[in-house]
Design a protein around this ligand. Structure first.
Ligand code: ATP
Ligand code: MG
Length: 937
């Protein structure tokens, strides 16, 4: 049986048993802090199990895309483990229980109409204390006792070992179904979990029956397909073998099951599938969390390729094959193959660029370890390898493990300044507990009224005080407790809780007896939570309040939110369809918008994006929303983001004819309410992701005025037209650079013409030209907009100081060649001059040495010294005749330089040195004299 057929059969079987067929949840549920990737089918139903949401159905069936990082090391080694795999499941929320779950599983597996597996091939396990399940298998299904094993809590309980070790909360026994292979070995294909208990504290008597019992099952799609197709591993089934073969072709090595390369090709197959699905969902390789796992998987696959001799990116070529194999259920993959391949290719080439050096260094580490008898890889070394060559520590550990070396994780984390786990699910709680969760169970839902109104009456349903983890529900709250952050939940509310990037509302909850100031609003599941403090009086549970959103703040947020939709449209139009939203933050007249694009936008593109957005704003298009089915939204061409979870039906926001987005946010009524958008910055946030920051409404208008003001101020300082601002600023920068060079004695050009400070006001340009010119100026001086005029002022000062300094130098600081020559001393038939030359620079000193050599008729040796800015410059020169007699200026200068704490060198006839200890100069000059005497002696 083909895998696609199996998937379909499973879903239709359970549909025929009254289950709702639900779509797979996304692979990376960014809204669920307890997991990085969806680990099982039940993940999307956690709140259903706990009765924390209103149930529209009590039976569901899904085929869920899953990723388990815990199985990474098994991939390629065992026949039945993947990181990415699909899990079929059927779920009951307080509906049917063990009897039906077991009977249906058996029917689906063995009935000829469905899978028709020979019952003799199946065995099961039950939890040792679950007599009920044992009986059903034995008596109702008729499975002989010899084919039912009773296992311990570490094997057959969910969560594993929950009775004795926790965590507290819902849990239950499970029953696994195994298939016996031709070889006699068994493989687990299906796990039925019976969540029937609430664990309360430690044993004994700690498992309390739940009033409403649930069923959660998971059948491995690939495992069951491999059994039905009678192939040796999951990788040999119809939807995976073509990827293995394509990998073998791309890598140019034959696929041999038992070989090392066979294992590598299987690992590549698994990892490329995981990476394709994740990148498709806009989760790119990166430094943290899910992104880091993807980076690791991708690099691991590249290493496998490298070990088979590849030196160029190859993995990305497999993306279309993955899309092809998975198209029956995930046709959307083929819409993004190009983007996904590009992202993958870039990450591959980054890694290929450093992998050889990285592996070299690993080799050296191993050699050192061997010669010193160490068996643990140094964590600091691993950290440096990750930072320099991008070798993920897990990969290093794996390579080390092949040599039986251990790995110093503590040292690694300390070196990285990390506490806790980098990417694992450490410390994450599967089920949260606390007062908010209690309220969810009681209320399930809080009606949001904020699309229609900003003011409404509501009833206080819950008051929570205290910091997270130490928080609790209270019956009332008074002003005297006003320093404490308080959270209030109402039965309904016009306050928007932060979500979809839009920040929460602020405002007030007012009753005749008290006023609560709301500073922020958040959402938790379907509850709206008002954060704030009591401003006066008292509020009690059950009180009727008027909830009043602060309108001006909400309006500013609405403007910014509508502007992001228009900006998205403008980006798609200007940059391309791939420039899709990757995230956003919407605040009062301020927004941040992240989108996919490999390169920075050009000035031209940015200008176009901004002007399209502003044109649409001026057009005064109407902004409307309606609730439609997901299918209708898709048909009408609404923008759908992969990896985003949309409810069905869904809220669709349309602007004129040009923008349709699925969005729960609050919006302006017409685009001209936004007034104007002004883009502040465009920058990179992560590989392949760019970020635009912008302001709207009054803030945009003010920003423009500020830029105009600053540009005018700068232009008038420079005495130029605004249009020439960039050039003129650059001229000033260059002039200062030249002057500095001359002052340090390295340049030998003429003193450049100085830029004169202007006084006139310049003519004004149109805004975009003004901003472009001003941007150039700000880049030339490399400071933020606000600081440009100040910086220009400072540069004028600097220019004048440098000029004065140069004037002093060129006048010799009061010294002349004659003055210096008169200081000459005869030493064994040579002239010696050792002198300090204040105010000179190196260029000047060299010129003097030249002139003195020409002036003297006898052989001459000159050493000049100068201090400036706490630095000592020493230059020594001797006549050509002395060089011919074997003397060297370099040798002469060395002990002198040492005395002033420095060093230097040069040719025999001319040497230069520097030092850091001006206070030692008198002693150093004495050494110069003594050295010359002893050199001639
Ligand atoms: P195993 O012990 O074999 O790793 P498990 O106990 O972790 O399996 P469950 O968590 O019960 O598995 O998941 C339900 C089903 O999902 C399993 O019966 C199996 O068919 C499938 N499954 C679990 N992990 C993987 C994996 N890494 N790759 C492929 N299928 C898997
Ligand atoms: Mg497992």
């Amino acid at each position: 049986m083909k895998t696609d057929e199996l998937r379909e059969k499973y879903l239709s079987f359970f549909q025929s048993k009254g289950h709702h067929r639900k779509a797979s949840d996304v692979l990376v549920p960014t809204w669920d802090p307890s997991v990085l990737f969806t680990p099982a089918g039940m993940n999307q139903f956690k709140d259903h199990f706990l009765g924390k949401v209103k149930l529209d159905f009590t039976r569901a069936t899904t085929c869920q895309k899953c990723l388990r990082t815990g199985d990474i090391d098994n991939v390629g080694r065992t026949a039945y483990h993947h990181t990415f795999f699909e899990m079929l499941g059927n779920f009951s929320f307080g509906d049917y229980f063990k009897n039906e779950a077991i009977a249906w599983a058996w029917e689906f597996l063995t009935d000829k109409k469905w899978l028709g597996i020979d019952p003799a091939r199946l065995t099961v396990t039950v939890y040792k204390d679950d007599g009920e399940a044992f009986e059903i298998w034995n008596e109702k299904i008729g499975l002989p006792t010899g084919r039912i094993s009773r296992l311990e809590e570490d094997e057959n309980f969910w969560p594993a070992s929950a009775p004795s070790q926790g965590p507290d909360g819902v849990c239950g026994p499970c029953s696994e179904i195994y298939f016996t292979l031709d070889s006699g070995k068994t493989v687990e294909i299906w796990n039925l979990v019976f969540t029937q208990f609430n664990r309360v504290g430690n044993p004994p008597d700690n498992l309390r029956p739940l009033p409403s019992k649930n069923i959660d099952t998971g059948m491995g799609l690939e495992r069951t397909a491999s059994v039905l197709q009678n192939v040796p591993t999951n990788f040999h089934i119809d939807i995976l073998m073509p990827i293995v073969q394509a990998a073998s072709e791309v890598c140019g090595v034959p696929y041999l099951y038992e070989s090392d390369n066979g294992r590598r090709l299987r690992r590549i197959t698994d990892h490329v599938r995981a990476c394709t699905f994740s990148i498709h969902e806009n989760v790119y390789p990166g430094p943290k969390k899910a992104r880091y796992v993807i980076k690791r998987l991708l690099r691991r696959a590249v290493l496998d390729g490298h070990q088979m001799g590849l030196r160029e990116p190859f993995l990305h070529q497999l993306v279309p094959v993955v899309a092809q194999m998975m198209k029956a259920v995930y046709p959307e993959l083929s819409q993004t193959t190009e983007r996904v391949s590009q992202v993958m290719r870039r990450e591959e080439s980054d890694f290929f660029a450093t992998i050889d050096s990285g592996l070299d260094r690993i080799g050296r580490v191993f050699n050192d370890m061997q010669s010193t008898g160490h068996v643990m890889v140094d964590g600091q070394e691993a950290a440096s390898l990750y930072q320099t060559y991008g070798v993920p520590p897990e990969m290093f550990q794996q390579i080390a493990a092949e040599k039986n070396y251990t790995f110093d994780w503590d040292g690694y984390r300390a070196a990285m300044g990390e506490h806790g786990k980098i990417s694992g699910g450490g410390g994450m709680e599967l089920f949260e507990t606390g007062p908010i969760e209690t309220l969810k169970e009681a209320l399930q839902h809080c009606e949001f009224l904020g699309y229609e109104t900003t003011k409404a009456d509501a009833v206080v349903k819950g008051i929570i005080v205290g910091k997270p983890k130490a928080d609790h529900l209270v019956g009332s709250v008074k002003t005297s407790q006003s320093t404490e952050m308080t959270r209030i939940v109402l039965d309904r509310s016009p306050f928007y809780g932060e979500s979809g990037g839009q920040l929460g509302d602020s405002g007030q909850l007012v009753s005749p007896k008290g006023t609560f100031e709301v500073t922020d609003t958040q959402r938790s599941g379907e509850l709206i939570i008002h954060y704030g403090t009591m401003q006066s009086g008292e509020l009690k549970e059950g009180d009727l309040v008027t909830a009043q959103v602060e309108e001006s703040h909400r309006d500013a947020i609405r403007r910014a939110h509508s502007a992001t939709h228009i900006l998205h449209h403008a980006l798609q139009k200007t940059v391309g369809r791939h420039a899709q939203q990757q995230g956003s933050k919407v605040d009062a007249d301020w927004l941040r918008f992240d989108f996919s694009n490999q390169e920075p936008l050009t000035e031209e593109q940015l200008k176009t994006v901004e002007s399209i957005t502003n044109d649409r704003i001026k057009d005064a298009e109407s902004i409307q929303w309606q609730i439609v089915s997901l299918a209708t939204a898709r048909d009408s061409g609404a923008m759908m983001l992969f990896g985003e979870k949309y409810p069905d039906p869904v809220r669709m926001v349309s602007i004129g004819e040009f923008s349709k987005e699925l969005c729960g946010g609050t919006h302006a009524n017409r685009t001209d309410e936004i007034e104007m958008i002004e883009i502040l910055a465009e920058e990179s946030v992560a590989s392949g992701i760019r970020r635009i920051t912008a302001v709207t409404g009054k803030r945009a208008v003010e920003q423009r005025q500020r830029v105009e003001q600053l540009a005018e101020q700068s232009a008038s300082l420079l005495g130029c037209q605004i249009a020439n601002l960039g050039e003129k600023t650059m001229e000033l920068v260059m002039t200062i650079r030249k002057l500095k060079k001359m002052a340090s004695g390295t340049g030998n050009e003429a003193i450049p013409a100085l830029i004169t400070k202007g006084k006139s006001t310049s003519t004004t340009e149109n805004y975009t030209a003004t901003r472009a010119a001003f941007k150039q100026a700000s880049r030339a001086v490399n400071v933020a907009f606000e600081e440009v005029p100040l910086r220009i002022e400072a540069m004028f000062d600097e220019q004048n100081q440098l000029y004065q300094q140069l004037q002093q130098i060129s006048s010799g600081g009061g010294l002349s060649v004659d003055d210096l020559f008169s200081q000459a001393e005869m030493v064994s038939g040579t002239q010696m001059i050792v002198a300090e030359t204040p105010n000179a620079n190196a260029g000047m000193m060299r010129q003097w040495i030249d002139q003195l050599r020409k002036r003297s008729s006898e052989p001459i040796a000159i050493l000049l010294a100068n201090c400036a800015d706490d630095k000592v410059t020493l230059i020594a020169g001797i006549s050509q005749t002395l060089v011919e007699r074997g003397f060297s200026a370099g040798k002469w200068i060395t002990p002198v330089a040492e005395k002033v704490g420095g060093g230097g060198g040069g040719k025999p006839d001319l040497a230069q040195a520097g030092g850091k200890l001006p206070a030692k100069l008198p002693e150093a000059l004495q050494i110069a004299k003594d050295t010359w005497h002893s050199m001639l002696a």
